[in-house]
Design a protein around this ligand. Structure first.
Ligand SMILES: Cc1ncc(COP(=O)(O)O)c(C=O)c1O
Length: 379
């Protein structure tokens, strides 16, 4: 007999399976339509099961941010990108222990990291594909998309065991609503066009120009030269994505199911989802609060303790009672998912399946017989 959602202990992340399928299909169709290689970022779901669905729909490979994600995804995919600076001996050691069948690409923004990367690759008898990371406005990582990028590409080409494969950028600064992204897209195109020309002049044509995010996902084909896209959030979507109009409210596939545990203080109610379920991420764009009720978007979580979320009831006729269940749409779904071991897949009000958030965390550390710290997965 099917299990009703009522029986689940809360808080618990639940995924509407129909919405998930719709989101996966829509992005796969968009990439196919515009002849873009889809390399989704797994940081949102951290689940081999969803990665497999993405690959079955034509994704060319996966993007990861952590070694834990790489190790987990190596079980289902042999083409992985580490979109994070490959810096630090322990990180490199872990990287090189990935199965040799995995074609590994790394994104770099400094020549300083190349000697250690090359040495690690040679010791592991691997060849690494390398994307040069450029900063196109987010000001997080990346060299300027000018002569700095060209000289880094040359340095990569001239380093043993490394192969210059292309350019990567993350346009995380583009947060305008989809219809208002025109000037940001024009600026990106100008920068990437100029870079491509300089790389051609230097005899280093980029095979791949990899970019993208969920906010820009539906217009990334307008950015000149882009060949590969890496959206992550689109699988589940969230309140921020809806605010940017990169999805409809009805495309929010993951909600946190919570229970009203108190209505004692007038004008509000308290649910059993606080910062340890919803995470304290402000909404980027219009609106306040940390999450909104799926069926009553006018009701938002305005305050939180670790296990308490306070819903402001001053803008609604809805009168929740103790014991009622609510589905909360978080501001930023990626940091919600990684707080849970398991996600529950539902069809309507019934549980259909569950899956582990297998790549959450960083992996346990144990001491070996010489009292050296090591990750159990590492041989
Ligand atoms: C390097 C990189 N690529 C792709 C993504 C995916 O972007 P989004 O979460 O908007 O889908 C991220 C997100 O943080 C990222 O850091």
């Amino acid at each position: 007999m099917a299990t009703h959602l009522e029986t689940l202990e809360t808080p618990v992340p639940i995924v509407d399976l129909d919405r998930l399928t719709h989101n996966l299909d829509r992005m796969a169709a968009y990439a196919t339509l515009h002849d873009l290689r889809l390399r989704p970022h797994v940081k949102t779901h951290k689940a081999p099961r969803i990665a497999t669905e993405q690959l079955q729909r034509g994704a060319v490979g996966l993007t990861c941010a952590t070694t834990q994600e790489l190790e987990t995804m190596a079980d289902v995919c042999d083409d992985l990108l580490l979109a994070y600076p490959p810096v630090g001996a322990a990180r490199l050691e872990r990287l090189m222990r990935l199965p040799s069948s995995v074609r590994l690409t790394v994104a770099v923004d400094s020549a300083d990291c190349l000697p250690a990367l090359s040495m690690a690759a040679r010791l592991a008898r691997r060849e690494l594909e390398v994307y040069v990371e450029v900063d196109v406005g987010m000001q997080r990582v990346g060299v300027a998309p000018s002569h700095a990028a060209v000289s880094l590409a040359k340095a990569v080409r001239d380093t043993e065991a490394l192969r210059f494969a292309g350019v990567t950028f993350y346009p995380g600064h583009v947060r305008e609503a989809v219809g208002e992204q025109g000037s940001a897209i024009a600026a990106l195109s100008t920068a990437l066009n100029a870079l491509q020309e300089s790389l051609l002049d230097a005899g280093l044509p980029p095979r791949v120009i990899s970019g993208g995010s969920t906010p820009l996902a539906w217009r990334i084909h307008e950015v000149a030269g882009v060949t590969e896209v890496r959206p992550g959030t689109y699988v589940y979507n969230d309140r921020t994505t809806a605010a940017i109009q990169a999805c409809d409210w009805d495309d929010c596939a993951l909600t946190v199911l919570a229970t009203v545990v108190s209505t004692a203080v007038p004008g509000q109610c308290v649910v059993d989802a606080g910062t340890k379920a919803l995470a304290r991420e402000p909404l980027r764009g219009e609106g306040d609060g940390y999450a909104a009720v799926l069926d009553h978007p006018e009701v938002v979580v305005t305050r939180m303790s670790e296990e308490h979320g306070i819903l402001d009831l001053s803008h609604t006729d809805w009168q929740p009672r103790v014991g009622d269940r609510v589905r909360l749409v978080p501001n930023h779904v990626c940091i919600v998912v990684q707080q849970f071991d398991t996600v529950v897949g539902v069809r309507g009000d019934y549980v259909e399946t569950t899956w582990p958030v297998a790549a959450r965390g960083r992996g346990a550390i144990v001491l070996d017989e010489d009292s050296k710290p090591r990750r159990p997965r590492m041989a």
